[in-house]
Ligand binder design. Structure first.
Ligand code: NAD
Ligand SMILES: O=C(O)C1=N[C@H](C(=O)O)CCC1
Length: 272
């Protein structure tokens, strides 16, 4: 396949931690090509070559603030930005009939309505964690939760870098949802609100969350099953953001022959 025939990918949030990782991997990729990079209007990278903006040599792809024109060239958009930006990109990506891979976390329920509407026109693949390890851990969490009774308390503990703006993390919520499914319920019914002050004793059968923020931690998640006298801890440690970026690129390629609809990484990885 010549370079011109490889699926063309647009990366949003080009100057961000994930945006830069994605741009670097796509510039080296033999299965996809970087055709555009977006930043928010007014950002000082706009108009610069992405290679030079990242501190290297020019690569011939200019950072743009024009989402409509840039997304029009894409077969897929990989998007790790903010909930508001991802909702706006979903509409534009659907208009271009391109695959939208959304790694952004922190969505409110109301944000999911326009995403569902966009997915009627083109595929949207969304996951709070695009790594193989976490998506496998979800299956394990579901199984362990199903095997243990309510006398085993479930807590999800996560740690991330000091810049992260949402809590609990998207991954923690995915793992909590998997645990709830194992118990034949939905997380909305079992989730304990953040604890502070005189909380009273733990409610039987509930699922709790704790978030640590500090330093440059890439992402750590423990699912703790605690009973009287024993504890099981399922743990995932991310030490390199490339695991998320590789998962997102894999999703963008997987989505090329898929019809409109909402998908997740379990679909991409065949874990469903
Ligand atoms: N699903 C996963 O596997 C996974 C992995 C890592 C991070 N994340 C999530 O991805 C998101 C981004 O994380 P990050 O660490 O890269 O954050 P970051 O703050 O480093 O980067 C976000 C970038 O998006 C840009 N942006 C914001 N609005 C924009 C707009 N309208 N148009 C274009 N660009 C815009 C910002 O300027 C910034 O450069 C977060 O929600 C995070 O939780 C998900
Ligand atoms: O760095 C982040 O932000 C991460 N966000 C995702 C989450 O919220 O779970 C995935 C891990 C890294």
């Amino acid at each position: 396949m010549s370079d011109r025939e490889l699926p063309g990918i647009v990366v949003t949030g080009a100057s961000g931690r994930m945006g830069q990782m994605l741009a670097r991997l796509l510039l080296e990729s033999e299965t996809a090509r970087l055709v555009g990079v977006l930043e928010r209007p007014g950002h000082d990278w706009i108009g610069k070559d992405i290679g030079e903006a990242m501190g290297g040599t020019a690569v011939g792809v200019t950072v743009s603030g024009d989402a409509v024109a840039t997304i029009a060239q894409a077969q897929a958009v990989i998007d790790f930005t903010s909930p508001a930006a991802s909702v706006a990109f979903a509409e534009l990506t659907a208009q271009a009939r391109a695959v939208h891979v959304i790694g952004t976390t922190g969505f409110e329920d109301a944000d999911l309505v326009p995403l569902k509407a966009a997915a009627r026109h083109a595929p949207i693949i969304r996951a709070g964690n695009m790594s193989l390890g976490v998506n496998l851990l979800m299956g394990l969490t579901r199984k362990v939760a199903a095997a243990l009774g309510e006398d085993w308390d479930i807590e999800v503990v996560e740690a991330h870098h000091r810049h992260k703006v949402d809590a609990p993390s998207g991954t923690a919520l995915m793992l909590g949802e998997a645990a709830a499914e194992g118990r034949g319920a939905s997380l909305a019914d079992l989730r304990t609100p953040a604890r502070e002050g005189i909380t009273g004793p733990r409610e039987t059968g509930s699922i709790g969350f704790s978030a640590i923020r500090g330093g440059n931690v890439v992402g750590e998640h423990d699912v703790i099953f605690a009973a009287d006298g024993e504890r099981i801890v399922l743990r995932h440690l991310a030490t390199d953001r490339a695991i998320f970026a590789r998962g997102a690129i894999r999703a963008a390629l997987w989505g090329q022959d898929k019809g409109p609809g909402e998908y997740d990484m379990a679909d991409v990885l065949g874990l469903g």
